[in-house]
Design a protein around this ligand. Structure first.
Ligand code: NAD
Length: 478
């Protein structure tokens, strides 16, 4: 008997959790549930994290968490509990299989069977945002080498373990050469350790278009957090409904299982929601805790139910479906089918399912890091970059000179275009003369000069080279 934490969540959460648990127990799952309260009620009681300290203790003690969707109240400083859970528990890999069930569920893509493996802890989801000027806000996109290595290795190990042939990587490294560039570079490095698996890379925009058009071309797709979030909804939806897909969130010690969809408040308490997404999450959970025979029994019964045409409203289609049922009736149909297998859809065999054991990340030797300059960001309400350049030149040091000014990344000085629209947020790049021992004291001097000349500096970013290679973006047009 394994103790798992469950949370019924908000909106359709309680209905789909009850339906899922009924199926699990009817199938003989060897689990005991420890229920915690999370979500809207907790948020609205004044706890901006959506979960109490006591509930966290239950989650970390049991290590396996089956979670229904929750509603995150808009605004008000409420932090997404989904994101916090993934990050606090180190659940770095989000696995989202999306499979068509043609001809039993209406879809434009009858032969789709792909798995999206989404990085789960970093990227823009670090949630580090600041307003810096009247006109400009920023969100930091953080990508780390350990983050990339862990998720890319997970994708290849997953492909190897489940006999998948190809791993595709999506990034936007033609634009974000440092962040997405690192993800792509690590993908290439790790792919070379798996010569038996085909590897390919697509720029995310055309890759997304290809998922929507020819998803059958894909097998396993690994991507940074935000792209993975968006594209797994797309992929699930084009199999027939976002209500069909489940996901696992895997870490080194803990794991969380859920549906990929949200709490769907507009259809809550009507017994119409499809419990399949959460059920798929629960099947992944049973495989994770080694109860593969039960997982297999449930999955085959579920496939048989889909094949029988017993469908909830989101997938019901005249001419294809046989019977429109509610959440509870769907669960009962799955329970009645326990022990049966589908006849046309592929029967599942989970005898090979097990937890993937990946090596822990090993920190690389430190590179030779050299400070080459500094970007000083300035809040200035003027419009003529030449005028700003004149002011900024006034804070230069003997061996540290202004080399460029950009506005929203585009070079506006020297030799900008008069057509370029400028906001009040300016990046002023200072480079040190070759051979000059530039260090943080010089940055303080620059800032001190700016202060004495009433220049409103809002932040700095150091310009480093690592092992002799400059590691910062150029200005667009530079
Ligand atoms: P949603 O996924 O809840 O709903 C999108 C659409 O899909 C709606 O039309 C909904 O009715 C339908 N749908 C979703 N699940 C369904 C199911 N099981 N059966 C039938 N139809 C289903 O997305 P949303 O409306 O953008 O978000 C609603 C709330 O959910 C928000 O508060 C959001 O923050 C939250 N959310 C939570 C999670 C999570 O807990 N993991 C994930 C995404 C969104």
């Amino acid at each position: 008997m394994i103790k798992i934490t469950i949370a019924k969540g908000d909106g359709i959460g309680p209905e789909i959790m009850n339906a899922t648990l009924e199926i699990l127990f009817a199938a003989g799952a060897q689990i005991e549930t420890d229920e915690i309260e999370i979500g809207e009620k907790v948020y609205l009681s004044g706890n901006t994290s959506g979960i109490s300290k006591e509930a966290w203790e239950v989650v970390t003690r049991n290590k396996v968490f089956l979670k229904a969707p929750i509603t995150t109240p808009q605004g008000g400083g409420y932090k997404s509990l989904n994101v916090s859970t993934r990050k606090f528990l180190g659940l770095y890999a989000n696995v989202r299989p999306c499979v068509s069930m043609h001809p039993f569920i209406s879809t434009k893509h009858p032969v789709m069977d792909l798995v999206i493996i989404r990085e789960n802890e970093e990227d823009l989801y670090a949630g580090i945002e600041h307003q810096q000027t009247d006109e400009v806000v920023q969100c930091l996109k953080l990508i780390s080498r350990p983050g990339c290595e862990k998720i890319v290795r997970y994708a290849f190990e997953y492909a190897k373990h489940y006999g998948r042939k190809k791993v595709t990587c999506f990034t936007k490294d033609n634009i974000m050469k440092q962040t997405d560039g690192l993800f792509h570079k690590v993908f290439d490095e790790i792919a070379s350790e798996y010569p038996e698996i085909i590897k390919e890379h697509w720029i995310v925009d055309i890759g997304a278009a290809k998922i929507a058009d020819t998803p059958e071309d894909f097998d396993v797709i690994v991507m940074p957090n935000l792209y993975g979030d968006i594209l797994s909804d797309v992929a699930a939806q084009i199999t027939g409904s976002v209500g069909l897909a489940g996901s696992s969130n895997i870490g080194e010690t803990c794991a969380m299982f859920e549906a990929i969809h949200g709490s769907a408040p507009t259809i809550a308490n009507q017994n119409v929601a499809n419990p399949s997404g959460l059920l798929q999450g629960a099947v992944m959970m049973l495989n994770h805790i080694g109860q593969t025979t039960i997982a297999e029994k449930i999955q085959n019964a579920w496939l048989k139910t889909i094949e029988d045409g017993i469908h909830t409203a989101d997938i019901f289609k005249e001419g294809i479906s046989k019977q429109k049922v509610g959440t509870k009736e769907f669960a009962n149909a799955v329970i009645n089918n326990l022990g049966q297998k589908p006849t046309i859809l592929k029967t599942v065999d989970y005898s090979n399912s097990s937890v993937l054991n990946l090596p822990s990340y090993k920190r690389k030797p430190k590179a030779q890091k050299t400070l080459e300059g500094v970007d000083v960001f300035v809040h200035w309400s003027g419009t003529d970059p030449n005028e700003l350049a004149e002011k900024i030149k006034g804070i230069e040091l003997e061996h540290v000179k202004l080399s460029m000014i950009t506005n929203r990344g585009i070079k506006v000085w020297p030799e900008g275009f008069k057509e370029t629209f400028c906001t009040d947020h300016w990046r002023c790049r200072f480079k040190s003369d070759a051979g000059f021992d530039f260090n943080q004291k010089h940055i303080i001097e620059l800032l001190s000069n700016a202060l004495s000349q009433n220049i409103d500096t809002i932040k700095t970013e150091n310009l480093y080279s690592f092992d002799g290679k400059s590691a910062y973006s150029l200005g667009q047009g530079q």
